[in-house]
Design a protein around this ligand. Structure first.
Ligand code: CA
Length: 227
């Protein structure tokens, strides 16, 4: 199983270099250029997030605080340009798993990512990242969904939408919330875009995999997962 790593870094040169090395090492890499994209990617489900502290939009510290407040326990490795920020990384108790000070060698970053991945691997085996709802199983780290153990072929947004709804089991999520969490700044459609994706998701789950209705319409508001 490959591990999904988010790389949130606004410096294109650093980003390209690290993506190259991480992918060559077998990690599946998602990139974010600013803090909003980073938050969205983490909420949609990654295993490890490499976070530059000086990110435009929402900085790395604020991202960590927001995630921990939401109860998100994604592993975080901070990238920092200033040695004096290290005190804050440790002192602020942001739940950082590690940090690397710039300038760094890709080898150094890879070593940290591998170490955190090894630590998480143990938890994977314990099934902690798996969400089981009846016959449906969602593996947020691997970004895979299964019905009766069979993989469902989902597009990335469809998976994010399903994962978002399933993790908020029983809670109605408005279309605006779903747009914000699943599409964020990339969104250029209208509220119907959500409906179209929900329709495709339902068609896959119910028609192709014969799963009983689990994504319910909340009229005039949005959707709710319940089974
Ligand atoms: Ca930066």
């Amino acid at each position: 199983m490959s591990i999904h790593v988010l790389l949130a870094e606004d410096d294109a040169a650093i980003r390209d270099l690290l993506v190259h090395h991480l992918e060559r090492d077998g990690f599946r890499v998602v990139v974010a250029h600013d803090g909003h994209q980073a938050l969205r990617a983490i909420r949609a489900g990654v295993t490890i997030a490499l976070l530059d502290i000086g990110l435009p939009g929402v900085d790395g510290f604020e991202i960590a605080r927001t995630l921990r407040r939401e109860g998100d326990t994604t592993a975080l490795i901070f990238l920092t340009a200033r040695a004096e920020e290290v005190d804050r990384i440790i002192g602020f108790e942001l739940g950082a798993d590690d940090y690397v000070v710039k300038p760094f060698s890709p080898r150094e970053v890879l070593a940290r990512v591998r170490a955190v991945a090894r630590r998480i691997g143990t938890q994977h085996e314990a099934g902690k990242t798996l969400l089981r709802l009846g016959r449906l199983e969602i593996d947020a780290a691997a970004r895979e969904a299964r019905v009766d153990g069979r993989d469902i072929a989902l597009k990335p947004r469809e998976f994010s939408l399903l994962a978002m709804l399933a993790h908020n089991h029983g809670v109605a999520l408005s279309r605006d919330t779903l747009i914000d969490r699943v599409w964020g700044y990339d969104f250029d459609g209208d509220a119907r875009t959500v409906d179209v994706h929900i329709r495709r998701l339902r068609s896959k789950l119910h028609d192709e995999y014969a799963l009983p209705a689990c994504i319910h319409t909340v009229h005039g508001y949005g959707y709710k997962f319940a089974n």
